[in-house]
Design a protein around this ligand. Structure first.
Ligand code: NAG
Ligand code: NAG
Ligand code: NAG
Ligand code: NAG
Ligand code: NAG
Ligand code: NAG
Ligand code: NAG
Ligand code: NAG
Ligand code: NAG
Length: 332
């Protein structure tokens, strides 16, 4: 979705990572924000239209300040529309947020997901006409009218988690649009040190659940009170590694003055995993990547449009469905 040649214009200049001697890398590496969202590269073609029922102009309706809005936690198995509850069984869940206005009775869904599906956000394309792996990894927010109760309830969750004012909702909308324009790419993996008491988190994922968590946090900062006693678990896909090494960006590795042997190694690494088209293929890719990672104890991570080497350690890869609690009750 993004060519190396257009990247320099898009990158936020306030990147705070320092790799020069004497500077410590900040862990986890902060997810990079962009000045604006670029148009997706025409090479990336969505199999399913992104946000088909969203408001045309991406705008979010304005609520009356004194409206009372119920906020819902929504969760359902990924790709349920195609594969029934199978992924629910493996607890690969998709998260979203619902809102219901008491004045109008209308309800709305907000979610954040891949423009070109999970496979394209997890694995790049290796194009014969290009040295560098090519990523269709944009993700974005989708806001639309309606909550499909049946979809969320039947194999997932639909529960109220908070009540907010219309004013808070409107303030959240402003934030949401900004968040949508500056956080542009999807990241599947969470990378941390092998489980121990004091582990370091190297990279955080950036996916649908992170959007929900950010929105809860924002609402909490705006003064929302969350209900008590609701367990909120999320799916995360972990990679376990010792301290990662920075390798470079697309142009520094794959460009004319790049590192040819490193470029070849990275291409080889991704060779077996060009984005799958079906769930079956994606599942097989996950198994393949597990084999490769266990065998070679290496992983080449793409994060912030840069490559990192991960020295992988047992248990290598893990899928979890664990609790991340709702924001705390405000002290009175
Ligand atoms: C890639 O890295 C090189 C070397 O660190 C740097 O000069 C260049 O500005 C970077 N390019 C992008 C698009 O970030
Ligand atoms: C992944 O990207 C490729 C290349 O653009 C595209 O052909 C394919 O439809 C995408 N997959 C999905 C599921 O959208
Ligand atoms: C966006 O579209 C909605 C309906 O689709 C309309 O009510 C609203 O006025 C539009 N907003 C802008 C800024 O064009
Ligand atoms: C977020 O950005 C995408 C891609 O540009 C757009 O389709 C969508 O309407 C935006 N969502 C919101 C809530 O503004
Ligand atoms: C829930 O899961 C069952 C069993 O896998 C499936 O038959 C049903 O279609 C799912 N419900 C929805 C709304 O997809
Ligand atoms: C959302 O609105 C639809 C249409 O009125 C209704 O069927 C559904 O039950 C509502 N869901 C919630 C959670 O309010
Ligand atoms: C873990 O970190 C805490 C706080 O920094 C420290 O008190 C504790 O001793 C550490 N535990 C181990 C096993 O290193
Ligand atoms: C190329 O990358 C490899 C792996 O990071 C490194 O060991 C080697 O020194 C690099 N070569 C050059 C010429 O920078
Ligand atoms: C939710 O997470 C908690 C704590 O992380 C865990 O004990 C519990 O088993 C999880 N629930 C499910 C349904 O997996």
């Amino acid at each position: 979705m993004m060519r190396a040649s257009v990247l320099p214009v898009l990158l936020v200049t306030s990147l705070t990572l320092c790799f020069a001697e004497g500077f410590q890398t900040q862990w986890p590496v902060p997810y990079k924000r962009f000045d604006f969202r670029p148009k997706a590269n025409p090479y990336c073609q969505a199999k399913y239209t992104f946000c088909p029922d969203g408001f045309d102009n991406g705008s979010i309706p304005v609520m009356k300040d004194d409206d009372v809005i119920e906020v819902f936690r929504l969760q359902a198995p990924v790709w349920e529309f195609k594969y029934g509850g199978l992924l629910g069984y493996f607890k690969i869940m998709h998260d979203a947020i619902g809102f219901r206005s008491s004045i109008s009775g209308k309800n709305y869904t907000a979610e954040w997901y891949e423009l070109f599906q999970l496979g394209n956000c997890t694995f790049p394309h290796l194009r014969p006409d290009m040295d560098e792996p090519f990523w269709c990894n944009q993700g974005a927010a989708c806001f639309y009218e309606g909550i499909d109760d049946e979809h969320w309830k039947s194999n997932g969750t639909l529960v109220p988690v908070a009540r907010i004012s219309g004013m808070m909702f409107n303030q959240m909308s402003v934030w949401l649009k900004e968040d949508n324009n500056t956080g542009i790419y999807y990241e599947t993996w969470t990378v941390q040190q092998p489980t121990s008491i004091n582990y370091t988190m190297w990279f955080e994922s950036y996916d649908c659940s992170k959007f929900v968590l950010r929105t809860y946090q924002r609402l909490w900062e705006l003064g929302a009170t969350f209900y008590k006693g609701i367990q909120t678990n999320y799916t995360r896909i972990f990679l376990y590694s010792e301290e990662p090494t920075y390798l470079g960006n697309t142009s520094s590795i794959f460009g004319p003055h790049g590192n040819k042997s490193l470029a070849e190694t990275i291409r080889k690494f991704y060779m077996p995993f060009t984005p799958p088209h079906s769930f079956k293929e994606l599942f097989v890719s996950f198994l393949d990547i597990f084999d490769q990672v266990v065998l070679h104890k290496s992983f080449y991570l793409f994060y912030n449009f840069e490559y990192w080497y991960l020295p992988m350690k047992f248990p290598y890869i893990k899928l979890t469905y664990e609790e991340i609690p709702l924001p705390p009750q405000k002290p009175l």
